[in-house]
Design a binder for this molecule. Structure first.
Ligand code: OOG
Ligand code: NI
Length: 267
């Protein structure tokens, strides 16, 4: 599979449950913009057949290599970022996993039941990255119990493995060259943006500025028959800056990422 085919399939699955991303991309195109992706992100459970360690070879199979590692203590997450080894324009990948053993026993039990349903050999091809949920639909009781300790766990239990966001590269926009201009356009069009810690995460001094929409909402039928509107996926916007050595910053920042995770918060 070529990276182009990979991201095309990923985008199709993502926009199915994130129609705002398609609409926002079309909005930029209507202003004459060519929309390039800075990165995409995935979430998963550690110590499982779809752990970060098990998924990594599928990114390597399409030419990607890890170049950074991150830890989010209070969210019980770790993450790695990946870039294509030869094609600098190919989107970067941010892959995080929940450290399940850091959650309370009741959450570990719920997640343990999901993980037990994933086939040991689930990871065979890069298509695993849009496989979605590999376990039975959770009950609303389980969903709410997870959300008390980890919004990430609650989200992952309903959505499974898929791109949880694509990210527009502001560096490649002509009419909206700053993050403020992008945010202004989105707010004028009525999109709800993630306000955690302010609209803009990061600064030119830290070489990365990011903002994101709040996730789209989908009607979801839980296993216990409960119907609820829950967050699906969101769209992000990133502007990268040149470092004093003249190189464009191409990694991620824990302090920014910590707030971007909240874009799928149900609250
Ligand atoms: C990933 C959040 C981090 C970034 O660009 O720093 C991130 C997630 O929500 O799963 O995307
Ligand atoms: Ni991101």
């Amino acid at each position: 599979m070529t990276p182009n085919d990979f991201f095309a399939s990923l985008w199709d699955h993502y926009t199915d449950i994130t129609p705002q991303a398609q609409r926002i991309q079309e909005l930029f195109k209507s202003h004459g913009e060519n929309v390039l992706n800075d990165h995409v992100a995935f979430r998963t459970f550690n110590n499982s057949p779809i752990s970060l360690e098990k998924l990594e070879p599928q990114l390597e199979a399409i030419g990607y290599k890890a170049y950074g590692a991150f830890r989010f203590e209070s969210k019980h997450l770790k993450a790695r970022c990946y870039k294509h080894q030869t094609d600098a324009d190919s989107p970067k990948v941010f892959l995080s996993e929940l450290i399940v053993e850091e959650l309370p026993a009741n959450c570990q039990d719920i997640i343990g039941k999901f993980i037990a349903q994933i086939p040991a050999d689930a990871v065979q091809t890069p298509a695993i990255f849009w496989a979605g949920r590999l376990w039975e639909t959770p009950t609303e009781v389980e969903y709410l119990a997870l959300a008390v300790h980890s919004e990430y766990a609650a989200w992952l239990s309903t959505m499974g493995l898929q791109a949880n966001h694509f990210t527009v590269s502001i560096n490649h926009l002509k009419k909206f060259p700053t993050i403020e201009k992008v945010n202004e356009l989105l707010q004028k069009e009525g999109y709800a943006l993630n306000q955690v810690g302010g609209l803009v995460k990061g600064s030119p001094e830290s070489f990365l500025e990011q903002s994101s929409t709040m996730a789209d909402k989908v009607d979801y039928s839980f296993a216990d028959g409960k119907q609820k509107t829950i967050p699906s996926c969101f769209y992000e916007f990133a502007r990268r800056h040149t470092m004093p050595d003249g190189v464009l910053f191409d990694s991620f920042i824990e302090g920014n990422a910590d707030k971007i995770f909240d874009s799928t918060s149900a609250k």
